[in-house]
Design a protein around this ligand. Structure first.
Ligand SMILES: O=C(O)CCC(=O)C(=O)O
Ligand SMILES: [Fe+2]
Length: 243
């Protein structure tokens, strides 16, 4: 099968009713997983890209943005009309308003080396309503780098300042320690053992989430597609120069 052929046929088959069911599943469970979205052969190409990027970055944690992803194959995925349509339909069913134009904030996040732990257990809200995550490479030995989520703990804020207050409450030592301690309490934090090639969706803006670390000799690579910034037109946000 050619690159992304399986993903394309899966995307083409998703009806509006199914997209609506996905939105309701994210509301209820916090996360939705479409398994076997990418196949082993797709992943092979993406892993080669990850390996080259890591080698040229000194085998430490890197986050590549859209510009650095040209030719990776993730650019092809982001450009598929059916992939974009899934996001806009999910937005209309999930957020109950017309979907804005699709402009992905796209990241390929590769955790490895001594720096892997610094980039873990950093609980946060995303700046975008919808987050899609595709694990490209997940360690099979040692720590797996599970995804952690406390779903849907806030709504979409009407005002950018309220959003900044939420973020400030999360982004400090005390809250981070409290959230980490919640993990001991069964059910308080949802843990997802990520499966390479699956496509996960969650409401990134509304959900506190992070990842566990991986061992320094291992690689954890995730492709992220963030979509729909509720505060895109905020005057204050522009003045502060935030993305
Ligand atoms: O890589 C992950 O598991 C999550 C990353 C994430 O939440 C983010 O980049 O906003
Ligand atoms: Fe995030």
């Amino acid at each position: 099968m050619s690159f992304l052929a399986n993903a394309m046929s899966k995307l083409a088959a998703i009806s509006d009713d199914e997209v609506c069911a996905i939105a309701r599943r994210i509301d209820g469970d916090g996360i939705y997983c479409m398994s076997s979205f990418l196949l082993e052969e797709d992943l092979r190409r993406l892993r080669e890209f990850v390996a080259l990027a890591l080698a040229s970055g000194g085998n430490q944690t890197i986050s590549l943005n859209r510009d650095a992803l040209a030719g990776s194959g993730l650019d092809d995925l982001a450009n598929l009309a059916a992939f974009k349509s899934l996001f806009s339909r999910l937005y209309s069913f999930g957020c109950g308003r017309p979907a804005p134009e699709i402009k992905f904030h796209q990241i390929l996040r590769c955790l490895t080396g001594e720096t892997a732990s610094e980039h873990s257990f950093l609980f946060h809200y995303d700046s975008y309503a919808i987050t899609a995550l595709i694990p490209i490479e997940i360690p099979t030995v040692g720590q797996r780098g599970d995804f952690l989520i406390i779903p849907n703990t806030r709504g979409i804020r009407s005002n950018y300042v309220l959003n900044l207050i939420d973020k400030a409450i999360i982004d400090n030592h005390l809250t981070q320690r409290f959230l980490k301690s919640r993990m001991q309490k069964i059910g308080a934090v949802k843990r997802v053992a990520l499966v390479p090639g699956s496509l996960y969706f969650f409401w990134g803006y509304r959900s506190i989430h992070t990842n566990e670390p991986v061992d320094k000799g291992e690689v954890r690579a995730t492709a992220l597609f963030h979509y729909a910034d509720p505060h895109e037109n905020s005057y204050l946000k522009r003045r502060l120069g935030r993305i």
